[in-house]
Design a protein around this ligand. Structure first.
Ligand code: ZN
Length: 151
């Protein structure tokens, strides 16, 4: 079962967040059968727009989006940020990113050769999951807006 839910913020943002989440799941992982994603709209510390992490396991994810985004920046930026965090959900759900705490905290990324490597100490902008999320967020947001127009 696929389950998405948004809480916090204003009603209009919650509805939009859920629509974007569904769209990203259908676009990025059309064959996914089991996934739970909860989105919390809340005030996040300055400079951070959103977060994504796994709760119980890789099919149970939580994302956070700054609740001021749609008002203070734009609706487009809000959509783009939900898309960005949903790329992280996709990476988690398909085990392309993993976190382990054995022998200290490690943030692993499945490389092209299928092996996991630790990028926990890599600078934020060079982390492979961020590079991918930034590369895809704009395109996903554009696709979502086209899809919205045709509904
Ligand atoms: Zn990110």
């Amino acid at each position: 079962m696929i389950f998405v839910d948004a809480s916090g913020g204003i009603e209009r943002d919650r509805t939009l967040a859920e629509e974007v989440m569904w769209f990203c799941i259908e676009t990025l992982m059309p064959r996914m059968k089991t996934l739970m994603v909860e989105c919390e709209l809340t005030k996040i510390e300055d400079g951070v727009l959103g977060y994504a992490w796994s709760v119980e396991d890789n099919r149970d994810c939580m994302i956070q989006i700054d609740s001021r985004l749609s008002r203070d920046v734009s609706r487009d930026k809000f959509i783009e940020t939900v898309c960005h965090e949903m790329v992280h959900v996709w990476q988690i759900a398909t085990n392309r990113t993993k976190e382990t705490y054995r022998d200290g905290h490690k943030q692993l990324w499945k490389c092209k050769d299928g092996k996991y490597r630790n990028y926990g100490k890599t600078a934020y902008e060079r982390q492979p999951w961020e590079t991918e999320a930034y590369a895809l967020e704009g395109r996903l947001a554009e696709l979502f807006k086209e899809y919205e127009k045709n509904c």
